[in-house]
Design a protein around this ligand. Structure first.
Ligand code: PLP
Length: 390
């Protein structure tokens, strides 16, 4: 059976060229990069190299790149680390309601410690308004965190405008760029943010490695205490193999992301237009233009999302029924709640997220199967038969 993987926002396949770079660290290159002997130095070289590759990809300097254990850790560190470091300046944080759980969870935790968090509204496409950010800022505000691209619906946020407002107000600005990296330009100088998160396994490197960009001069409290790793800001012997892989993945993306984004965009549009043309009562969630090129998020009226996902899986096609983090919970995700999806379209969200290896054949096969599966599910749906027609 043909297998088609369209769940790249959950995780991506490791690029073979990335795997190649990792291999030596899983055998003979095993030293501890903190050691001064030749074994240690060889590993330390891998870290230096990766830091440069990541810095180039984000258009910044290696000393502003910090390696962590995941995108989740980077988000936690950005939110709590700034809140703790700036406690004397204030206790107010601003974020969007459609942030990843790593950001929302950190904010909720800070609320239990006496911080105040403003969750901004978003429009029907999931876009945060910079004016709302401006208005929410008080003398107590220390941090604004708004993601660059939403991982569920793909909407791209006006982070550059938000960062400019923060700079003016003396407020630190973080953005979660995990779902944006490799799909749109991620240039920290251009964006003007103080902190930015990316994650290895969302861009064809291994799981368990993340990056937090911290602009020079920004004070951030460490969350992991111990040795002097990552210039004393994040203790723990480095995941050298994962970091080397992430570095290589970033080096490849620096050269290749634009072409692959164009390709993914063309294939995504082909799939989306095909579905919208052939299947009635389908709603596109998120902004039709201001979004990453690899995502289409649809709601299919009169069927259950779970049934759709399982039937597609039986035909070898992997998609997400919501976001990976909330699958299993049948409740509407906070993102879909925030954009006020109409009742008819709440039960059947389906996210297709393409990857750089997705082919035209994958898309054509998916389109055929999708149309067939939806027709079959609607044939046995009493709601579909009773729907108001005309
Ligand atoms: C996946 C994801 C994360 C978490 O990254 P992990 O490395 O899986 O912990 C954070 N933010 C967004 C937007 C994501 O899509």
């Amino acid at each position: 059976m043909r297998k088609v993987y369209l769940d790249n926002n959950s995780t991506t396949a490791i690029d073979p060229r990335v795997a190649e770079v990792i291999k030596p660290y899983l055998s003979h290159v095993f030293g501890n990069p903190s050691n001064m002997h030749s074994f240690g130095r060889e590993c330390a070289k891998g870290l230096v190299n990766a830091r440069e590759q990541v810095a180039q990809f984000l258009n910044t300097e290696p000393q502003e790149i910090y390696f962590t254990g995941s995108g989740t850790e980077s988000d936690n560190w950005a939110v709590k680390g700034i809140a703790f470091a700036r406690r004397e300046s204030g206790n107010h944080i601003i974020c969007s309601p459609i942030e990843h759980n790593a950001v929302i969870g950190s904010c909720r935790y800070l609320e239990t410690l006496g911080y105040r968090v403003s969750y901004l509204p978003v429009d029907e496409y999931g876009i945060v308004s910079p004016e709302d950010v401006q208005q929410a800022i008080t003398k107590e505000t220390v941090l604004v965190t708004v993601m660059l691209a939403n991982n569920e619906i793909g909407t791209v946020e006006p982070v550059k405008e938000i960062a400019a407002i923060c700079r003016e107000a003396g407020v630190t600005c973080h953005t979660d760029a995990v779902a944006a990296a490799g799909k749109i330009e991620v240039d920290v100088r251009e964006l003007g943010v103080d902190l930015l998160t990316i994650s290895g396994h969302k861009l064809h490197a291994p799981k368990g490695v993340g990056v937090l960009y911290v602009r020079e001069g920004i004070k951030i409290a460490p969350l992991v205490h111990g040795g002097h790793h990552e210039r004393g800001r994040r203790a723990g012997t480095e995941n050298v193999s994962g970091i080397a892989g992430l570095g290589r993945a970033c080096e490849l993306l620096s050269k290749e992301w634009q072409e692959s984004a164009l390709r993914m965009g063309r294939l995504r549009d082909r799939l989306e237009q095909g579905i919208l043309k052939r299947v009635p009562e389908v709603r596109l969630n998120g902004h039709p233009e201001r979004r990453v090129p690899n995502v289409t998020h649809l709601s299919v009226g009169y069927i259950e999302g779970e049934a759709l996902l399982l039937d597609l899986d039986l035909e070898g096609i992997a998609v997400a029924s919501g976001s990976a983090c909330s699958s299993g919970e049948s409740e509407l995700s906070p993102t879909l709640k925030a954009i006020s999806v109409p009742p008819l379209f709440r039960n059947s969200p389906v996210r297709f997220s393409l990857g750089k290896e997705t082919t035209e054949q994958d898309i054509d096969y998916t389109l055929e199967v999708f149309v067939k599966v939806v027709e079959r599910l609607r044939d046995i749906s009493p709601l579909w038969k009773k729907r108001p027609v005309g």
